[in-house]
Ligand binder design. Structure first.
Ligand SMILES: [Fe+2]
Ligand SMILES: [Fe+2]
Length: 348
């Protein structure tokens, strides 16, 4: 297998720099991360440090979502100049816990799950695809410009350069057949034993082919909150065993909605005669995710719900939360483009 590994790839680069804060919460987290974690400090909370009470902060806004993203990133690659000891520092974990609590209560309010809601019904609903929608992938297919595609690539890079990593946290929380099937899907996402086929690497190839930077989190500073929220959702589900059902539901929703969405993005790229590496990323998802969808439905969700019926409500929650935050990102892109603005907070 070693001989199949190719040369240096983008995601092996150095850790990204800390981005600029976007308000009191992300300032608080940034101050922690710039400090020495070995110096004793009191445990402060956002509620006591932020000028306004946490309950008054937009749970999906720039400040909270960036603060949460910074906390979670410590479990992935981290940031240049930030001591890795912050990953498990009680003071920072206390802050993270408050941010998560505010985010989660907003989600539970916005995507309630009733006692009769089933995962099977929820997955069936996901499969109903309209040939003519008004979302970003439809726009990109039919009329999107190359510049809009490049914006979407940069926006999505805060996820795709760590694609499949957030879901991997759930693996030790699953058992038996559900675990085996879940790992089979993750194995494909991680390249099936081939470094150059890791989906994160395919996305780095796409970025380079589009004339964009392929640095890990290179666009974090100008990524909108709506792009950070979906990644934070995955990290939250993956890092809390209590939410393993939601992590599974989230991956199922991702895989079920991916083939038609990826096909629309691929069609638009063909219309624009975009570079092959850009098309390849989406073609790969049209083909692989059609298989992943079936595995998730039957072997992962089916087995989990049979073995652990108490998880079913969380599977439904994971699916609905996925749709909620993805719709918000879609709305962000379309609003920016309708108004003739960039979807990013800076130039590419
Ligand atoms: Fe993928
Ligand atoms: Fe997939």
């Amino acid at each position: 297998m070693t001989s199949q590994l190719t040369g240096p790839t983008a995601t092996r680069g150095s850790a990204p720099p800390l981005p600029a804060a976007r308000g009191p919460l992300s300032t608080l987290v940034t101050e922690y991360l710039r400090a020495d974690p070995h110096v004793p400090r009191e445990i402060r909370t956002p509620g006591s440090v932020a000028e306004t009470a946490l309950s008054a902060v937009d749970p999906y806004g720039d400040d909270l979502q960036l603060a949460l993203y910074l906390c979670y990133e410590l479990h992935y690659v981290g940031f240049a100049g930030v001591d890795p000891a912050w990953e498990w520092h009680p003071a920072l974990l206390a802050v993270r816990g408050e941010l998560e609590g505010h985010f989660l209560s907003a989600l539970h309010h916005d995507v309630p799950v009733g006692p009769g809601d089933t995962a099977a019904h929820e997955m069936d609903e996901l499969s109903i695809e309209s040939p003519d929608g008004d979302g970003a992938s439809y726009h990109l297919r039919d009329a999107g410009t190359w510049d809009q595609y490049r914006q979407m690539f940069a926006v999505r890079s805060v996820f795709h350069l760590k694609e499949a990593d957030p879901h991997a946290w759930a693996i030790p929380r699953l058992r038996g057949h559900a675990k085996a099937a879940y790992v089979a899907v993750e194995f494909d996402e991680f390249g099936g034993g081939r470094g150059e086929a890791v989906h994160q690497e395919l996305f780095a190839d796409l970025l380079r082919a589009a004339g964009l930077g392929d640095d890990y989190l290179g666009y974090l500073d100008i990524a909108p909150a709506a792009a950070l929220t979906p990644v934070n959702l995955m990290s939250l589900f993956g890092l809390h065993r209590r939410y393993r059902g939601a992590a599974v539901g989230h991956l199922a929703a991702t895989e079920i909605t991916s083939p038609p969405g990826s096909q629309r993005l691929l069609s638009g790229l063909e219309r624009l005669q975009a570079p092959e590496a850009c098309r390849h990323f989406y073609r790969e998802h049209v083909e692989a995710d059609a298989v992943h969808e079936q595995i998730l439905r039957t072997d992962v969700v089916g087995d989990l719900v049979r073995a652990e019926p108490d998880c079913e409500a969380d599977v439904v929650f994971g699916i609905r939360a996925f749709l909620f935050v993805e719709d918000a990102l879609d709305a962000h892109l379309m609003t920016a483009w309708r108004e003739g603005r960039s979807a990013l907070a800076g130039d590419l």
